[in-house]
Unconditional design. Sequence first.
Length: 396
Amino acid sequence: MKLVKYGVLAIVCLALLPLGPAAMAAPGTAKDTTMTVTDTQAHGIMTGVQRMIFVGDSLTDGSAWADWVFETLKANGYPKLVMHNAGVAGNTVAQVKARFAADVLALKPDLVILNIGTNDVNRNVAPEDYRRDLTDVVRQIRQQGARMVLMTPPAMRDPERRKRQLPVDEIVRETAQAFGCTFVDLHTAFIQGQAAGKEMWGPDGVHHKIDGWRTLGRCTLDALGCTAPMIEKTSLYPQSLTEWFISPPIAWKSGTPYPPLPAMPVGFDPLKAGWRKFDRESEIKQTSWWQVSWLARGGIMPMGQLVDKNYPGSPDHAHGAFSLATVKVDNVTQTTIHLGGSPPYTVWLNGALIWDGKALHGYHPDADRLPITLKPGENRIVVFTNLLFYVSVGDI
């Protein structure tokens, strides 16, 4: 693919109200460089795009806005579009750079949407270090021939943090211009949302409530030249395994070794052994709005924990559980298993340990991928974790 140059474009979400006096006076307000959606469409950034990847931190990892963008594009001219989420909670741009080859370049995307920098601001990463690592990341993807959307981090609630963010915003803007990427000013968009009376942030002033997700999604669609109403839908991840049996809770603390794999002789009946059949629709009804998207994608939860519908998380971290699913094939099959979830999560295939994920690496499907061989007949996949996991089997 040839390297395609795009003029820099600053987008502020047009669905939000114009800046009012409160927003204009807010410390750390980014410079207003609004342009129209028509200008975005003229770039044709989505032309020929078949595979898109969202890259970021916890504001992308597990959040529904990326799914909403994907579903809206699929319904408005891109029915064969494939999406991967490569967000990892807690990441700085340096951590994105360290995993970029495996998590992004290896998937050969046509379009990368990069939203990274909130943790750099909160950890006081030196601007020159942020610039160096961001430049390295952008250069890699542009040399591979993919197009990019570069976003400033969304504004945080705290005015002091907003001030510290301004150098990062300018670096993102300058990097976008230097490499011919589409630029999105989320800093200003979030300040506009606050001025319009929207609930942009949760209690920590960093992570987003649903209005924040909507702002991220709408601004992304505008930058991609899609003016259609956003479809707030999270679909099942391709080839997800959703038929699971879950063991009774097992006392276990994160950081300790996982329990031994339970005995499962030929003819093992999980229901007779006291396991329960996972009921995804029932779990969706009783979980919080923040976690519904996890289940809608094919996530399995809770695992040995109690989850309050009004509490976006879990009050109990002292238990885990095993889960069992089966995959049947007629012949020896070489394929890929896609994994994601709450670390640590451990995965066995036909009794052999194939994955022991101890590090935080994605509250979404496809966080990790590895080749597997399925034997003819029934193949057992067993997972141990303490809250959430995803598994899909097949090449995507």
